[in-house]
Ligand binder design. Structure first.
Ligand code: HEM
Length: 201
């Protein structure tokens, strides 16, 4: 069976992802049709719990990586993570992330459409000051959060499929982030660069 998702491997920067494994049917980290079907099937269950999963993912993200909280203007000063759990903003942001995952799942059969979407998202994350190293933390928390919801539907194969999908998605986001970074470095004048550097010191 051919790779359902392909064409990225030439530009992909997978070197640092030591936990990366090619999915069941594909080489080079592509999703096989079986993996796509598996993800879609499991999404039917996850989607009934998207608000809950969105909140769990971000509360746990802030617990394990408190530096991520600083990126969010609204949550930066909230010390009590329990309060965050009931925050309307956190709920809204969690839902945005989950809706993006939903769109991505729906587009797994049309990778070129998914690619545009994820690269654009990476570009906007450059402006949110949310760097790519944080995206893999989201992946880990998502996997932890959906496991108890899927119960015995959760298998090693399904985990591998979701990992492959996340790594595909976050690699595209990283690409968008880096493109935007280059673009901004190119358009900013040497004087402004100096000013920015001084401001950061
Ligand atoms: C797989 C990882 C992630 C996905 C899929 C994702 C998705 C999204 C989406 C769909 C939005 C809505 C706005 C837009 O479309 O531009 C958004 C906004 C935002 N994201 Fe992410 N995100 C991820 C990781 C992160 C991480 C790790 C951080 C910070 C540590 C972060 C910080 C933000 C901020 C500050 C905003 C703008 C405020 C808001 O919409 O609430 N994101 N993200």
């Amino acid at each position: 069976m051919g790779c359902a998702i392909s064409g990225l491997s030439e530009t992909a920067d997978l070197g640092e992802k030591s936990n990366y494994h090619a999915g069941g049917g594909g080489e080079g980290g592509h999703l096989s049709q079986d993996q796509i079907d598996m993800i879609k099937e499991s999404w039917k269950v996850i989607k009934d719990n998207i608000t809950k999963v969105g909140i769990i993912v971000f509360v746990r993200l802030f617990e394990t990586h408190p530096e991520c909280k600083d990126v969010f203007f609204l949550f930066r000063d909230v010390k009590d993570l329990e309060r965050l759990r009931t925050s309307r903003e956190l709920r809204a942001h969690g839902l945005r992330v989950m809706s993006f995952i939903e769109k991505s799942v729906a587009r797994l059969d049309q990778p070129e459409r998914l690619e545009v979407l994820a690269v654009e998202l990476g570009k906007s994350h450059y402006h949110y000051n949310a760097p790519p190293k944080y995206y893999s933390y989201v992946e880990a928390e998502f996997l932890n959060a959906v496991q108890p919801i899927l119960k015995d539907r959760w298998t090693a194969e399904l985990e591998e499929a979701w990992k492959t999908m996340f790594q595909y998605m976050t690699r595209l986001m990283k690409q968008g982030y880096e493109d935007e970074d280059r673009q901004n470095q190119a358009t900013i004048s040497p004087k402004e660069r100096g000013d920015k550097r001084n401001a950061a010191l």
